[in-house]
Write a protein that binds this ligand. Structure first.
Ligand SMILES: Nc1nc2c(ncn2[C@@H]2O[C@H](COP(=O)(O)OP(=O)(O)OP(=O)(O)O)[C@@H](O)[C@H]2O)c(=O)[nH]1
Ligand SMILES: [Mg+2]
Length: 284
């Protein structure tokens, strides 16, 4: 599948990430709990020491709880502080705030020892497009300070938001990091909505999603669409989904493009269930 998921303007943003890093005392890397490996930025891991990084799995309301627990364990085994949150309901955000304040205190102590004056703690929120960076900031700030939207590329420039006593959060535009050798990563990012729809063949993507759901658990599709017996090929299953969702065109044929859009939306909204697309053992 040919996904142009690393458009030219992203290169500029990576330069910006580095500039932003220089402004921040530490970084929260927001991952998508459904794809913790694919949504990670290996460059960030490379240039940031672990103690300057908190790993947060957002959209955990859409991910499988057991899979999320296993990912958290996976990070902890690597001495990486990780926790799961849901920026929409706010679940886990209080724990995250505690971690942020704790980390902030450590930074302040260091300043004191060096005789530097006490400034505000600056925390950068980094992550792929559409992962919920602005939503998290709004949740912590308790008001809509940052613009959010259900498509990638909403936040354009950087924006500091004062959230609590002495803490500023930096909202940044989402960045995709190329893992060119891994098609699976590109597909995961596209399925979950991190890549602009305009550059995708949605029918091809829907077929990939069907394959993946089938591998994970065939019951997901059966249950989701009331299908008794799944057909043999992804394309025929897509037609079954179309039939179940009433996506017909004249002559009784299935509108497979409309079906694909609906299927992707059903996945993204959680209507098909809480589904994690990759487990720690899938990560290289
Ligand atoms: N279900 C669910 N949806 C979420 C969560 N966090 C954010 N969203 C939704 O995800 C979409 C993207 O949220 P944003 O906060 O705009 O994402 P962003 O990371 O700032 O995106 P860019 O600015 O484009 O990089 C919005 O539709 C949010 O409502 C979450 O924890 N659970
Ligand atoms: Mg944003």
């Amino acid at each position: 599948m040919n996904i142009q998921w690393f458009p030219g303007h992203m290169t500029k943003t990576i330069k910006e990430i580095k500039e932003n890093l220089a402004l921040a005392d530490f970084v929260i890397e927001l991952l998508d709990a459904r794809i913790p490996y694919s949504s990670g930025n290996p460059e960030l891991a490379r240039i940031l020491p672990d103690k300057k990084r908190i790993t947060v799995l957002n959209k955990s309301d859409l991910a499988h709880p057991e899979a999320t627990a296993r990912w958290i364990e996976h990070f902890k085994n690597r001495s990486i502080t990780a926790l799961a949150i849901d920026s929409l309901s706010g679940s886990g955000v209080r724990e995250l705030m505690l971690k942020i304040t704790e980390r902030g205190e450590m930074v302040r102590e260091k300043w004191q020892k060096r005789g530097r004056k006490n400034k505000r703690i600056r925390v950068m929120i980094a992550g792929i497009p559409n992962v919920g960076k602005s939503s998290l900031i709004n949740r912590i700030a308790g008001k809509a300070s940052a613009r959010t939207g259900d498509k990638p590329g909403v936040t354009r420039g950087r924006q500091w938001v004062k959230v609590a006593e002495g803490i500023d959060l930096l909202d940044t535009p989402g960045v995709l990091w190329p893992k060119f050798d891994e098609e699976r990563v590109g597909v995961n990012l596209a399925i979950t909505g991190a890549i602009k729809e305009e550059v995708l063949d949605r029918e091809e993507l829907a077929l990939k999603l069907i394959e993946r759901l089938f591998q994970l658990d065939p019951e997901l599709l059966k249950r989701g669409y009331g299908i008794v017996q799944l057909e043999e090929t992804p394309y025929r299953v897509l037609e079954q989904v179309g039939s179940a969702r009433g996506c017909m065109v004249r002559g009784g044929r299935i509108d497979t493009l409309r079906t694909s859009i609906i299927l992707l939306e059903d996945f993204r909204s959680g209507r098909l269930g809480r589904i994690t697309l990759e487990l720690p053992e899938d990560a290289p």
